[in-house]
Write a protein that binds this ligand. Structure first.
Ligand code: MF3
Ligand code: CO
Length: 265
């Protein structure tokens, strides 16, 4: 009988499937990049996401997921996550996280970036930079078999240095045949994350949501999805899907044209 945690470790063929899913998800993010500009509505971005995904024979993971109505999430300014694409047209000064998740031959890819639209305030750049740095510092901190809490420790420390806060209600997650599975990947240290370990063969996301002001969140009572900062200040997020290998973490969702490690916004 396999121990519980062993079932989360993929064999070589499962790992190849996750590499393919991650690769497609990143390609989709690069495809959508030219559309994330002033004057384009988030609904148009969503239509391009769905079309490109289906044209390649794949499936948008968010569509219908627990009733989510669209194929991606677009989270603007004070929206932390799970923003629903619609008629709103992006405009100079906005920051927008585009979160893409796809199902490729039954396996999931999941990644996101925050985009700056035209000239943005220094504060908007700073919170975007902090979430980007939190993601890459957390990845750098990973070693085979390390506790999940190494991620949260690294992110909380970096956010503190920036004088920003870390959202607690939404976390990264195991990823595979299922969109969200064990282990939970909190972006702050918890008792459970001290116990959970990232063994070779495990896939998961890291997706820190960093707030300019309070870490507290508020879910839109009308649409049931959109999550905003309680104080209306800005929030930014970046996400990668990661495979832990015997050699260390492998980023499954690197883009060709997005910000690379060390980027300055
Ligand atoms: N990366 C996000 C997450 O893992 C994607 C959410 S899609 C939604 O939660 F459908 F759940 F909104
Ligand atoms: Co995710």
């Amino acid at each position: 009988m396999l121990k519980g945690k062993n079932k989360l470790r993929l064999d070589d063929s499962g790992q190849e499937c996750m590499r393919a899913a991650g690769r497609f998800n990143a390609e989709l993010l690069d495809f959508i990049r030219p559309y994330v500009i002033a004057g384009v509505s988030t609904g148009e971005i969503d239509r391009h996401v769905e079309q490109y995904t289906r044209d390649h024979g794949h499936v948008p993971a968010p569509l219908g997921y627990q009733g989510f109505p669209k194929s991606c999430c677009t989270s603007i300014n004070e929206v932390i996550c799970h923003g629903i694409p619609g008629d709103y047209q992006l405009r100079a000064g906005d920051i927008v996280n585009v979160d893409l998740s796809t199902i490729v031959d039954g396996w999931h890819g999941d990644s996101s970036e925050t985009f700056l639209i035209g000239d943005v305030t220094e504060a908007a750049k700073a919170v975007t930079q902090c979430s980007f740095d939190c993601l890459y510092l957390a990845i750098e901190a990973l070693t085979p078999g390390c506790p999940v809490s190494d991620i949260g420790k690294t992110i909380v420390e970096e956010a503190r240095t920036c004088q920003f806060s870390v959202v607690r209600e939404y976390t990264g997650h195991g990823l595979g045949r299922r969109f969200h599975q064990e282990p939970s990947i909190p972006h702050y240290p918890t008792k459970q994350s001290h116990r959970d370990r990232l063994e070779p063969g495990m896939c998961f996301t890291i997706e820190p949501m960093i707030n300019q002001g309070t870490r507290l969140t508020q879910q839109d009572p009308t649409d049931g999805w959109t999550v905003r900062t309680k104080d209306g200040q800005l929030s930014a997020q970046f996400e990668h899907s990661i495979l832990m290998t015997e050699e260390g973490p492998e980023i499954l969702t690197p883009t060709q044209h997005g910000p690379q490690p060390g980027h300055r916004f």
